[in-house]
Design a protein around this ligand. Structure first.
Ligand SMILES: Nc1ccc2nc(N)nc(O)c2c1
Ligand SMILES: [Zn+2]
Length: 374
């Protein structure tokens, strides 16, 4: 059957796109930031908090949920949406990246990647077919193919061989879940390291197989920022025009705005949630390190330009106190704010694209975050 187009472009500002992605659990207004909920929870906040800060779609992780509590257990509980009580769209990463980043002990072969659980050392094999089966058990709205993300700094020969494996695995994922087979979308992941020609080769091979969306993988993995921006500028606009484009694991506020101006629609990053827990808060005036003594008696809101629950309700003095006292509430209030900042940033980008003012938004973010530049 002819698949209806799942992605609509509503406005443009240069390469930037204002779009709308339809999924089985609702539509996603893009550009969009996706909070990371690795093991079925966005750390320190609940689904009501996520709705309150404007989250549309969140991330889960195949590797972690397969190991604990188990994808079949989640399926028996009605799938990940029901299990975690999140009724909006969910995207799950395929696990390949997590196997590489969490495990020294792993063996990579044509069949798949063999690894030991970081929880109990038990042995497992992820094949393309297996990661599709896991993501179908989880019931995620967007599934990612199994790919190899070459370590940052890998040489060109290694990257060239690796992208061939990634393409063969992507083809096996598509064969395991053909277009039209169900309501879940399957996205391909472009690799090719910091080499434009290898990136174009990876994309051509994936586009020849055909996916509902395309991700740029293999970035924000230790390469120089200038290399990431060079690949982003080269590949963002070259990704298929009428499909959603996802930049995996990125990034800082300036990275996100730079991604948007290069045609990217979807982003995920642990920075807002992870840095909330170590007291680094993102504001309209740049980063605020809430543990600094200067905030001891500061009655002002964390960010006067933010209307989140944390900024509406508490002072910097109180947020600093909670953090220094290692109160659990500190994690929740800091995370609510940081997520709201990243979600408001992409909401502002959606408005800016419609108004043709993306350049002004980028200049504002570059000024607030000078340390983020290339
Ligand atoms: N920076 C990242 C983050 C997540 C990734 N996930 C997959 N599957 N592949 C990559 O290359 C990633 C890169
Ligand atoms: Zn706030």
């Amino acid at each position: 059957m002819e698949r209806q187009n799942i992605f609509t472009i509503l406005a443009r500002d240069g390469h930037a796109r204002r779009g709308r992605l339809s999924t089985a659990h609702g539509t996603v207004e893009t550009p969009v930031f996706m909070p990371v909920g690795t093991v079925g929870s966005v750390k320190a906040v609940c689904p009501a908090d996520l709705k309150d800060v404007g989250a549309q779609i969140i991330l889960g992780n195949t590797y972690h949920l397969y190991l604990r509590p188990g994808d079949e257990l989640v399926a028996r509980r009605g799938g990940l949406h029901r299990f975690m009580r999140w009724d909006g769209p969910i995207l799950t990463d395929s696990g390949g990246f997590q196997v590489f980043s969490l495990n020294e002990l792993r063996r990579l072969g044509e069949e798949g990647v063999e690894f030991r659980s970081h929880l109990d050392g038990s042995r497992h094999l992820f094949t393309p077919e297996k990661v599709v089966s896991i993501q179908r058990n989880l019931g995620s709205d967007v599934m990612m193919v199994l790919d190899e993300c070459p370590p940052g700094g890998s040489d060109r020969d290694y990257v060239a061989r690796s992208l061939g494996l990634t393409t063969r695995w992507a083809r096996r994922c598509r064969e395991a879940y053909p277009a039209g087979a169900g309501e879940q979308h399957l996205f391909g992941i472009v690799q090719g390291g910091i080499y434009e020609d290898l990136r174009e080769e990876s994309l051509a091979q994936l586009a020849g197989i055909g996916f509902e969306g395309y991700a740029l993988g293999g970035l924000s993995v230790g390469e120089k920022k200038a290399d990431m921006y060079r690949i982003l500028a080269h590949m963002g606009p070259r990704l298929p025009e009428n499909a959603p484009r996802y930049l995996m694991g990125v990034g800082t506020p300036l990275d996100i705005v730079t991604g948007i101006e290069n045609g990217i629609d979807m982003f995920d990053c642990v920075l807002p949630t992870r840095n909330a827990r170590n007291g680094t808060l993102y504001t309209s005036q740049g980063k605020v390190n809430i543990k600094r003594a200067e905030f001891r008696e500061d009655d002002s809101p964390l960010d006067p330009a933010c209307s989140c629950y944390t900024c509406r309700t508490f002072s910097r003095a109180y947020l600093r106190h909670l953090y220094v006292a290692k109160e659990i509430l500190s994690f929740r209030l800091n995370t609510i704010h940081n997520l709201r900042y990243f979600l408001d940033l992409t909401a502002r980008a959606r408005t800016a694209i419609e108004a043709g003012t993306m350049a002004a938004l980028k200049a504002e973010i570059a000024a607030a975050y000078p340390e983020d530049g290339a």
